[in-house]
Ligand binder design. Structure first.
Ligand code: RNT
Ligand code: ZN
Length: 462
């Protein structure tokens, strides 16, 4: 896009907003300070590097077989670097425990250590990305339907140990980067059908959390994420919204608001000002739920616009952390990464451009019509010219120019495997996360390396 045109449009926008008392230069500065926490799991369909069961479990699912999934740590890193080159500003990286640099070693979840993340800490420093972290309770032989709320003491202790270790890793990350690492705790615990002792499991979860949080750290912050239900766990969720909100308020913990984790007509935006009076900070998992927690790519839709507006209106910019959480395997994954990130930025930009002083004056004076009219007019103000200027100043493609860029990059970095070629021709073949046949079945010369590698990793790379 022509630079001159972008500048011209921005100058006009600047004047239009100034008329309403909005300083676009100040907003551009605020945007520079607005950091998304990019979710590493968009690159590889939430698989990670140690998948012990071969498929995603815990009531979440990715759908689609679009080629190009990142298959190892180098590809994940390459994808993140590419995505961030197309997103203006500086951003953080949100890692899950299963993305540790295990170097082929089998490291069970109760054995994970900070050293498994040393190369990520280094990588983050080199690439100017601060790290956030997540414990991983899904996709593991001990996941079942219950982890931290499991009545079987040995299983519960296993997950308590895992989560404690994750906090220690987050602490190391925070220390190394001189900025708190935000560690999210989400567990899928629940049941498919009626549960007649709901209290029992919630008591167990509460007790597990108490044990996990007993150690105090200075360089990491805990946040806890509720959910309405998961697939196969439709009737009861141990860690419901009420459970975690109460726990967070009582224990001064942060709440994670995943925009896909509430009833479809429930407003997540409305929770911001209510929760921030009782919990220290909020973490967001910005997603797009289509009828359920489908984790579609974030777009600039009304719920997301409302959410960011409420944060700005509550003067809470520095009390909220902005994670993304979606995983779409049916389209170009880097493209999905960029579209969702830029959409979240646009929502924040529009929130920052709101002529709040005038709107509040109307409200205080009981001028309902005037408030409504200005809210409507605000929608058509030239915010897009400000976003284009933001891209330009950050040396990233303006407008749709990034589409061709992503296409070109994907062409130059093909991720073809024999399995992916097969899937192109047989797109409906049954797969567990892109894993089809065992190489042994189709190649008599193939030497099985199960002692070095896990079966599914091997299939995936074949
Ligand atoms: C699941 C939760 C959780 C996960 C990630 C991968 O419903 O949203 O946050 O999506 O941790
Ligand atoms: Zn989430």
């Amino acid at each position: 896009m022509k630079e001159e045109l972008v500048n011209k449009a921005y100058e006009i926008a600047k004047e239009r907003y100034a008329e309403l008392g909005v300083d676009t230069e100040k907003v551009l500065e605020q945007m520079q300070d607005f950091h998304l926490s990019l979710h590493c799991w968009q690159t590889d369909d939430v698989i990670g590097f140690e998948n012990l069961t071969g498929s995603l479990s815990g009531g979440i699912a990715t759908t689609g077989n679009y080629p190009g999934r990142a298959r190892n740590i180098d590809e994940v890193r390459a994808d993140i670097i590419k995505a961030k080159s197309l997103i203006p500003g500086t951003h953080r990286l949100n890692l899950h425990e299963i993305y540790g640099d295990f170097k082929g070693e089998a490291v069970d979840r109760d054995q994970v250590e900070p050293r498994h993340f040393a190369s990520w800490i280094e990588w983050g420093r080199e690439n100017n990305m601060k790290l956030d972290f997540n414990s991983t309770s899904f996709s593991h032989p001990k996941s079942g339907n219950l982890s931290l709320a499991n009545p079987d003491k040995s299983i519960r202790d296993f997950w308590i140990e895992h989560t404690k270790r994750c906090r220690a890793i987050a602490e190391e990350m925070g220390k190394a980067q001189g900025d708190a690492c935000i560690m999210n705790l989400w567990v899928h615990d629940g049941s498919k059908d009626m549960t007649v002792n709901k209290l029992k499991y919630r008591e167990l979860l509460k007790d597990s959390l108490d044990q996990i949080f007993a150690t105090k750290y200075d360089n990491m912050k805990d946040c806890i994420e509720s959910k309405v239900f998961g697939i196969g766990l439709e009737s009861y969720t141990v860690g419901s919204n009420d459970f975690y909100t109460s726990y967070a308020a009582q224990n001064n913990k942060m709440i994670t608001l995943d925009t896909g984790h509430f009833h479809p007509t429930e407003s997540v935006a409305d929770k911001v000002s209510a929760m921030l009076l009782f919990v220290p900070e909020l973490m967001l998992h910005v997603s797009r739920p289509i009828r359920w927690d489908s984790d579609h790519v974030t777009i600039m839709d009304d719920p997301t616009l409302d959410l960011f507006s409420e944060i700005v209106r509550a003067g809470a910019l520095n009390r909220v952390h902005y994670g993304l959480d979606y995983f779409d395997a049916s389209i170009n994954r880097i493209g999905a990464y960029v579209v969702g990130s830029r959409a979240a930025q646009k929502c924040m930009l529009r929130a920052l451009l709101e002529p709040l002083a005038t709107l509040r004056k109307y409200e205080d004076e009981g001028k309902g019509f005037e408030r409504l009219a200005l809210l409507e007019e605000e929608k058509a103000l030239p915010w897009n010219a400000v976003y284009d200027e933001f891209c330009l100043r950050n040396n990233v493609p303006v407008g749709r120019d990034f589409i061709a860029d992503v296409e070109q990059w994907s062409k130059e970095h093909p991720r073809k495997t024999r399995q992916s070629v097969f899937l192109e021709q047989w797109p409906n073949a049954q797969t567990g996360n892109g894993v089809l046949f065992c190489p042994k079945n189709v190649d008599t010369k193939f030497r099985c390396c199960i002692t070095v590698k896990r079966c599914n990793d091997c299939r995936r790379e074949f």
